[in-house]
Ligand binder design. Structure first.
Ligand SMILES: Cc1cc2nc3c(=O)[nH]c(=O)nc-3n(C[C@H](O)[C@H](O)[C@H](O)COP(=O)(O)O)c2cc1C
Length: 245
């Protein structure tokens, strides 16, 4: 994956856009090219990412939206989160602000038999609209999400990752050449009720994307194994294991 490490602390959920700024035609073409180069978490899950204007959705902000449609297979939500987090960070690199929108809906709930999963609204921003100070993050501390000694820059990559309602459902254990990533099944979020369960699937894909950017940045080689869904509805559910080479 491209080194997007710096973008982890530049990105933020952009909810205000200057109406005088527009994404140029060439930039839009560039974005479409970048979408085709995204790396999936599971290449066996068929997905399609549409670029539409905001009018094709009920989103309240952004000039355009990326709509991700997917086959509903095990770990399809994690795959969606993993794919679009790459775009979230690529957008920051292009001074394009973006925002995950779980509560907005596209006009088309299906695309050629694929189910709508999630959208990322985006629009041109100014460099100064982005984050420049990591202390302005509202996030859990490293010991709250990560158990075990590990490279601090890799831990930080996960710690600052975005999640629905900032619920941060990831819990990570590192020990003897192995990292195990768990999902906390007990997160709660005001306003969204049970829908947080759905969004947390996407969040876990975002977490894996950010973790791998952190590992790559730290020069740590690994082999990832995506674990089967265990059907747990409470406690910690394992999502992936990384064997450090
Ligand atoms: C799957 C997902 C769904 C989200 N849905 C919404 C949404 O509907 N509306 C919104 O304003 N923000 C939404 N967000 C943005 C989160 O609230 C935000 O990422 C989190 O509070 C952390 O803030 P930051 O992105 O500025 O770092 C969503 C984020 C994710 C990952």
């Amino acid at each position: 994956m491209t080194d997007l490490y710096k973008m982890l602390t530049k990105r933020k959920s952009m909810r205000k856009f200057d109406e005088e700024l527009f994404i140029e035609k060439e930039e839009l073409e560039d974005i479409c090219g970048k979408i085709t180069n995204l790396v999936p978490l599971d290449p066996d899950i068929n997905v399609h990412i549409d670029v539409v204007t905001r009018d094709d959705t009920d989103a309240k902000w952004g000039e355009y939206c990326l709509l991700l449609y997917s086959e509903e297979k095990p770990r399809w939500l994690e795959n969606a989160g993993y794919l679009l987090e790459q775009m979230d960070l690529i957008f920051a690199d292009m001074d394009i602000g973006s925002c995950w929108l779980g509560l907005a809906k596209p006009n088309e709930p299906e695309d050629n038999g694929l189910t709508y999963a999630i959208m990322l609204a985006f629009g041109k921003s100014r460099p100064e609209d982005f984050r420049d100070d990591v202390s302005r993050y509202r996030r859990m501390t490293a010991p709250e999400i990560w158990t075990g000694d590990f490279d601090a820059s890799a831990i930080e990559a996960v710690r600052v990752a975005p999640s629905a309602c900032n619920s941060q459902p990831w819990r990570i254990v590192s020990e003897a050449g192995k990292i195990t990533v768990f999902r906390d099944m007990d997160t709660e979020a005001p306003y969204v009720g049970e829908r947080i369960k759905y969004f947390n699937g996407i969040d876990m894909g975002i977490c894996l994307c950010c973790l791998e950017i952190g590992l790559d940045h730290a020069g740590i080689e690994y082999e990832r194994k995506l674990l089967p869904e265990d059907g747990k509805t409470a406690g910690l559910s394992p999502v992936a294991e990384y064997v450090i080479k």
